[in-house]
Design a protein around this ligand. Structure first.
Ligand SMILES: [Zn+2]
Ligand SMILES: [Zn+2]
Length: 263
């Protein structure tokens, strides 16, 4: 009964968190896609604009399912925590410092690995049309695409948290940072614009993805499956061969060196 009460008290916070995320997405869309549209023309990854009201409407509807499933997972975690089934903790002294300070990096690598393999599975021709097709209906991606998934995909992509929270000491702030990082990384991937500078792929971008990286996944389909890192794509040979060239071309266009790019 206490666990149930704990869940009920957490519902407004879980829904509030999601709505706040949505507010950020809507604001980014308004600023980048509307207010500065003309000024940022050369920053666009796909020159041909294909987004229309129908696409945005369907992305908003899909987001409602994402809201329901992600809220249910959060509530399940709270329930398990209240029942004592997890190793989630808030007192930093409860486990060795390694878990508090290394937790974020471990979760990020876990999340990326889980995402890569589930994503590849969802692209398997025999199941693609049932689940992942929903997300790929958006070719010219925009901030609203970042939450536009089939409900089963949201469940599959986030479910790793449940078993990990049971067996791995999960320091709440470390996991909180992962949530914030994941949200903004996902938003960046579906921005439709490339804001990273030309030197990106010569430094951090050697291992981390860019907006162009995931944008090419939507426009070309079979490649660039990673979310946070390029590592799995490079190990498995699934990164588009022209990824870095495309990224450089967009940056040349931004500087006015290259006038057009065929996409
Ligand atoms: Zn995909
Ligand atoms: Zn996507």
């Amino acid at each position: 009964m206490e666990a149930l009460q704990e869940i009920i008290t957490q519902i407004p916070a879980a829904v509030g968190q999601f709505l706040m995320n949505y507010g950020i997405i809507a604001m980014v869309y308004l600023v980048v896609w509307k207010l500065f549209k003309k000024r940022l023309q050369n920053w666009r990854i796909q020159l041909k604009e294909r987004v229309n009201a129908k696409q945005i409407k369907s992305e908003l509807i899909n987001s409602l399912f994402t809201l329901v499933v992600s809220t249910l997972i959060v509530l399940l975690i709270y329930f398990m925590k209240a029942k004592g089934y997890t190793k989630i903790y808030t007192d930093i002294n409860e486990y060795p410092n390694f878990f508090a300070f290394g937790g974020f990096f471990i979760f990020l690598i876990l999340d990326d690995t889980w995402f890569y393999w589930i994503h590849r599975l969802l692209h398997h021709p025999s199941i693609f049309k049932y689940i992942h097709k929903v997300h790929h209906k958006s070719i010219d991606v925009n901030p609203f695409t970042s939450l536009s998934f089939h409900w089963a995909e949201t469940l599959l992509l986030t479910f790793w948290i449940v078993p990990v929270s049971m067996f791995f000491p999960m320091y709440v702030p470390a996991f909180g940072i992962l949530q914030i990082w994941g949200f903004f990384d996902n938003l960046k991937s579906h921005l439709g614009y490339e804001f990273f500078p030309s030197w990106w792929n010569k430094s951090l971008g050697k291992v981390m993805t860019s907006s162009t990286h995931h944008n090419m996944h939507h426009s070309k389909f079979n490649g660039n499956y990673g979310v946070h890192f390029r590592i799995w794509d490079r190990i498995m040979g699934t990164e588009f061969k022209d990824y870095e060239k495309t990224f450089d071309e967009i940056n040349e266009r931004k500087k006015g060196i290259l006038k057009q790019r065929v996409n």
